[in-house]
Design a protein around this ligand. Structure first.
Ligand SMILES: NC(=O)c1ccc[n+]([C@@H]2O[C@H](COP(=O)([O-])OP(=O)(O)OC[C@H]3O[C@@H](n4cnc5c(N)ncnc54)[C@H](OP(=O)(O)O)[C@@H]3O)[C@@H](O)[C@H]2O)c1
Length: 419
């Protein structure tokens, strides 16, 4: 028996909800709460009759602490799965604390407007202290650690694939394959083709902000920032083939370094095609990625939000996306006094995901781990309280659940390394 609220009803939330409903003996009561209630009702209708989960829906503005508390107090969830936008992470965490429920999300907090002077001041301070410049980082949510701990609650941060499964892979490698991990390269490859000249495979605002940010990596105790997309390589991915990879900043590199201080270097790479980069650079050059509202014919619009409105909805890419994703971690380290390498990853097929849950593989690879993270908490398999990331928990039951519920691991020894 459990009571769960899912906030958001987009690509990722829809997969997580489908998967929760497949495990209706655990996820017995589920409320889909989002900004556009018609989407919640449509999904509820699709699922009813196929699951024993008792589904309800609610309209919510996740920016409103009062509205969130009202809903949480009425519904009394054990856990709130925040699968909407990362802009609302902090207010949803506040509401969870107020109403005594666990919290889970899939992306680190970032502000809606990165030109906001109050946020900017705190950001500049962090850039000086930490040395990397991305707009998203865990510091804001780690500030909640003690508050969650004191209340005996868990805030599970970043429980998608990357962040999320990639950190479980690190904990798993450390537990089963290495006495010491020296280097990690996280590789995120999307070999899918949706046939559009330009579209993003998850929320366009968050995707474009992430990719157009400066990149960062960690080496020998220091963070290094690099201009966006300035470090490029190629890698031949199992199930996909050769792809260009670009070094980005990603939030899990920060938590992995914190939790495994032995690591000497960690980098994160993502694949992009030429068409994606050409379009993104052009949109950036003309100001369409700006998060600062402007006045247009008497109304205020935010360029990147307007852009989102005219780009294909990632949730609509499912039927037309073909190909596979391949996401995982390559390790270098030492076991029993000998140097070794190890690669653990998952390959996910866009069309198979669509057949199962009517979503492409990017939403699938995020929604399934979100469900599995909630499962760990609801079954009492992960009990450490506080605001924590996935690598802080026992990776075995989580990876077992991923194997079982759609994202099985593959492993190779002596993989080709990134330069
Ligand atoms: N860790 C990972 O591996 C990973 C990978 C991909 C994505 N993600 C994260 O997953 C999250 C969801 O991505 P997505 O592609 O599913 O996005 P999406 O399709 O755009 O869905 C976002 C949902 O949030 C709702 N929403 C937005 N603002 C809201 C508000 N103020 N109050 C209530 N609901 C609100 C939207 O409602 P409307 O329907 O009204 O627009 C929509 O249903 C993002 O944070 C993204 O960064 C993580």
């Amino acid at each position: 028996m459990s009571r769960v609220i899912v906030i958001g009803c987009g690509g990722v939330a829809s997969v997580a909800i489908h998967k929760c409903c497949q495990l209706d003996d655990v996820f017995t009561d589920l409320c889909i709460a989002s900004r556009t209630i018609s989407k919640c009702n449509k999904l509820k209708e699709e699922l009813q009759g196929k699951t024993k989960t008792n589904i309800t829906t609610a309209k919510i503005d996740a920016n409103s602490f009062d509205d969130l508390c009202k809903l949480f107090k009425e519904y009394k969830p054990d856990i709130v799965m925040n699968l909407g936008m990362p802009y609302q992470n902090l207010v949803i965490m506040d509401a969870c604390l107020e109403c005594n429920c666990h919290y889970l999300d899939t992306a680190a907090y970032e502000p809606e407007n990165v030109d906001d002077p109050v946020w900017r001041k705190q950001y500049e301070k962090r850039v000086k202290e930490k040395g990397f410049t991305a707009y998203f980082d865990y510091s804001y949510q780690w500030d909640y650690h003690e508050k969650f701990e004191k209340k005996g609650l868990i805030a599970l941060l970043g429980c998608g694939f990357d962040p999320g499964v990639t950190q479980a892979y690190v904990a798993y490698a450390k537990k089963h394959e290495f006495d010491r991990i020296d280097e990690i390269d996280i590789l995120d490859c999307n070999g899918g083709d949706h046939g559009y000249p330009f579209a993003t495979n998850f929320n366009p605002e968050i995707n474009l902000r992430e990719v157009s940010s400066e990149g960062a990596y960690y080496e020998n105790g220091k963070w290094y920032s690099i201009p966006a997309l300035s470090v490029k390589d190629t890698y031949d991915f199992d199930g996909v083939g050769k792809k260009d990879i670009y070094l980005l900043h990603h939030e899990e590199t920060e938590s992995i370094v914190k939790n495994f201080p032995e690591i000497k270097r960690i980098r994160f790479y993502m694949t992009f095609g030429e068409s994606y980069i050409r379009h993104m650079k052009c949109l950036e050059n003309v100001g369409m990625l700006s998060t600062t509202p402007i006045e247009y014919e008497g109304i205020m619009i935010t360029p990147i939000q307007f852009l989102k409105a005219i780009l294909p909805d990632p949730a609509s890419l499912g039927p037309r996306t073909v190909g596979k994703t391949n996401i995982g971690c390559i390790f270098k380290g030492v076991k029993d006094g000998k140097e070794k390498t190890y690669y653990i990853y998952n390959v996910c097929d866009h069309q198979e995901s669509y057949k199962e849950v009517k979503s492409q593989a990017i939403s699938y690879t995020t929604g399934v781990p979100a469900m599995c993270g909630a499962l760990m908490i609801l079954k009492g398999l992960w009990t450490k309280t506080g605001a924590r990331t996935v690598e802080e928990y026992n990776p075995d039951p989580f990876i077992e659940a991923l194997d079982k519920y759609g994202l099985p691991k593959r492993e190779t020894y002596n993989p080709v390394l990134v330069k």
